[in-house]
Design a protein around this ligand. Structure first.
Ligand code: 1CP
Length: 335
C-alpha cells in the first residue's frame, strides 16, 4: 500500500498529510505519566516497549499520517562512547569526547547499544503495516551533533563557540559520517520508510561555513539514503537560503522553519515542502490557528505539501489545540 506522504510527493493525491515534529512528547499527559516513572531519558529511549508505546500515543490520539520513532539525536554520541545526560531544567549535559574511544568504536558494538531503537522501528512498522502511514526514522545532521559533542550542552541563547576546520574537527565529522550511515541503514532495514535529518542549529553558521559543515556532510547522507531507495527529509533550521541548500544537497523533501516566507519557498523551490507553522501559534486561540493553517495550505495549494510545524511542538501546548489543528487541515482537504 502506498502511504499518503508517498502519494502526496508523487502528485497522486491532493490530500495534505500531517504529522508534527515532537508529536510524541511533553505536551501529552500520557507521555508525562510514563516520563515521571522513568527519570533516565536515555534508558527510556532504549526501552523498546515504552518507546513504542510513546511513538504510537499521538497516532492513536490524532491519527497523524506518520509516526516518528521516539528516540533522540544524542543517542549517536552516546553510542559512540560519549556520556550524555538529560538534566531537568538544563537539557543535555555531555562529558568531554575521548578521541581514542571515538576512533575505536566497532560497528557491532554501536549496533548492539542501539539495538532497542531498531526493535522499536520494527514494532512500529508492524503496527502500521495495514495503514497508509509512514514510519519515520531520523538522525541529527553532522553539524548539529558536532556542536552538542564539542559544546557539551545546548547552544541555546548563543551559548557556544565557533570551531576551526582543523584535523580534530574533521576527525569527528568523518566518524559521524561513518556511524550516521550505519544508524540510518539499521533503521531502514528495520522498516523506516522515511529518514528525516535534523540540522537544528544550521542557522548559527555564517554563509561561508555552510559548504563545509552543512551541505557536504548532509549530501553524503542523502546520497546514501537515496541508494537505499528511501525517502529523505532535511530540516536545516533557520538557514537564510533554502534554495541554495536544496540545490546543493538535493533531499527528496525540504522541511522549513517559521522564519522563512512560505510564498518565497513556493516560488523558488520545486521539490516537495514540509512544515513552517510557528509552534507558538498553537498557544494562541483557535481562530488564529485556523488563519495560519489556511495561510500555509493556500500558499502551497495542495501541491506536494506535507503539513508540519516550523519546529517541535512546545511542551506547554494544549493537546486540544493540536486536535483543532488536525481537524482544520483535514477539513481543508475535503474542500
Ligand atoms: O521529558 C523530557 O525532558 C524529554 C524531552 C525530549 C523529547 C520528548 C528530548 C530531550 N528529546 C525528545 C524526543 C525527540 N527528540 C524526538 C522523538 C519524538 C518526536 O519527535 O515526536 C526527536 C525526533 C528528537 C530530536 C532532537 N533532539 C533534536 C532535533 C529536533 C529539534 O527539536 O530541534 C534535538 C536538537 C534534540 C536534542 C534534545 N533532546 C532533548 C533535549 C532537551 C534536547 C536539547 C534541545 C536544545 O538544545 O534546546
Amino acid at each position: 500500500m502506498n502511504t499518503l506522504i508517498q502519494d502526496c510527493i508523487n502528485n497522486k493525491s491532493s490530500e495534505t498529510p500531517i504529522w508534527l515534529m515532537r508529536q510524541a512528547g511533553r505536551y501529552l499527559p500520557e507521555f508525562r505519566s510514563i516520563r515521571k516513572k522513568n527519570q533516565d531519558f536515555i534508558k527510556l529511549c532504549l526501552n523498546t516497549k515504552l518507546s513504542s508505546e510513546i511513538t504510537i500515543q499521538p497516532i492513536e490520539r490524532f491519527g497523524f499520517d506518520a509516526a516518528i520513532i521516539f528516540s533522540d539525536i544524542l543517542l549517536v554520541p552516546y553510542a559512540l562512547g560519549q556520556q550524555v545526560n538529560f538534566k531537568k531544567n538544563f537539557g543535555p549535559d555531555l562529558r568531554k569526547i575521548d578521541l581514542k574511544i571515538l576512533n575505536n568504536v566497532k560497528k557491532e558494538d554501536f549496533l548492539h547499544k542501539l539495538d532497542p531503537v531498531y526493535k522499536t522501528v520494527k514494532e512500529i512498522k508492524k503496527k502500521l503495516s495495514n495503514s497508509n502511514k509512514d514510519t519515520i526514522g531520523f538522525v541529527g545532521a553532522p553539524w548539529t551533533l558536532l556542536l552538542y559533542m564539542l559544546n557539551r550542552k545546548s547552544p541555546k541563547g548563543g551559548n557556544f563557540r565557533v570551531f576551526p576546520k582543523d584535523k580534530y574537527v574533521n576527525n569527528i565529522l568523518m566518524k559521524l559520517d561513518e556511524f550516521l550511515k550505519i544508524h540510518i541503514e539499521a533503521q531502514i532495514e528495520s522498516g523506516a520508510s522515511i529518514i528525516q535529518i535534523f540540522d537544528s542549529w544550521a542557522g548559527l553558521l555564517p554563509e561561508k561555513d555552510l559548504e563545509y559543515f552543512v551541505y557536504k556532510p548532509i549530501k553524503s547522507l542523502i546520497d546514501f539514503i537515496r541508494k537505499k531507495k528511501t525517502i529523505s527529509i532535511c530540516f536545516p533550521r533557520n538557514i537564510n537560503n533554502y534554495k541554495k541548500f536544496v540545490d546543493n544537497v538535493k533531499p527528496d523533501i525540504i522541511s522549513i522553519d517559521y522564519n522563512v516566507d512560505p510564498s518565497i519557498i513556493r516560488d523558488t523551490i520545486d521539490i516537495p515542502v514540509q512544515g513552517g507553522l510557528d509552534p507558538k501559534i498553537l498557544l494562541q486561540n483557535k481562530e488564529i490557528v485556523r488563519n495560519e493553517v489556511t495561510k500555509y495550505l493556500k500558499t502551497f495549494d495542495k501541491k506536494r505539501y506535507i503539513f508540519n510545524l516550523g519546529h517541535g511542538v512546545l511542551p506547554e501546548t494544549n493537546p486540544d489545540m493540536v486536535r483543532h489543528l488536525v481537524d482544520e487541515v483535514r477539513s481543508f482537504n475535503g474542500q
